[in-house]
Ligand binder design. Sequence first.
Ligand code: NAP
Length: 303
Amino acid sequence: MSAGLKGIRVAVIGGDERELYLIPELQKQGAYIVGVGFEKASPISGLTLVPSLHDAVGQVDVLLFPMFGTDERGVVKAKYSGSPIVLNKEVLQAIPTRVPLIIGFARPALKSATEKMGIQLVETIYLDELAILNSIPSAEGAIQMAMEATSITIHGSESFVLGLGRTGWSVARMLHGIGAHVTGVARKPQDLARAVEMGLRAVHFSDLEEEIGRAEIIFNTVPHLILDRVMLEKVARDTVIVDLASIPGGTDFEFAQLLGIKAILAPGLPGIVAPKSAGRILAQIYPQLILRHLTTMIANVQS
Ligand code: NAP
């Protein structure tokens, strides 16, 4: 058992099942955890519940917000909270500058407010180590959705993966492993070369319009409108689209529906399909992240 977080007070604010697995893991590493928004969850041993976010910010060394962050009004995603938790200006003003604010995804308003107030904002969605590990439950979840939505096996299917980044590679590799005929679609020559090396068909985005008609299942990971009207016109009507890209996805869903193409937007898969694994992934990444940012803060204060 590592005690790397001994003596560090961490506020875990909101979230979903992932946090229920994350909290005990952080406790095992010696952290003292203050929870906000867990009144409706089964009790977690050693967790100190505080009634409001405002109460928490003054008594901890680190603030941990969920992967989903907040909505546009600053309301924190909190599945087990009895009342809304709002990250507003008043709360931000109460955060001591030594306390890093760690969050999955930060909206532009939060970014500019923390910058003005000198609060150290750490956005974890951009961490490669987290995104790559999270791509495992994401890929499994996307394939599970495709299995449920199609009447064919994945094995032998013509499966297209749009975008070969951290998530796309994992989806493509898993599909390949279970016997799909995988087409990897990318724009970088090195990604196309790697796809060939892995035994996939490689298609450049500029050729997608001519190729897309072959697809039986399409997995999109590109966070831009790739499957627009022009592209969807070329897609066979019984094709299933699983769109993993962040909301609003990369598909014109309204037009797909008009055409009778089944298109599913599938955000937040790690927390939905494998919360325990996803919580463990957070527990694997967060301790080092916390220590790194606390050290940076101390160094900044001393200099
Ligand atoms: P990533 O590593 O940045 O990969 C994105 C891929 O999209 C890259 O290969 C990139 O290609 C390509 N791309 C971006 N803009 C493009 C464009 N205009 N035209 C063609 N290709 C383009 O990101 P990621 O971590 O894989 O995540 C991808 C998306 O999935 C994000 O929106 C992320 O939030 C979301 N996500 C969702 C889930 C879920 O549960 N649904 C889980 C994880 C991630 P280049 O390298 O050439 O730019």
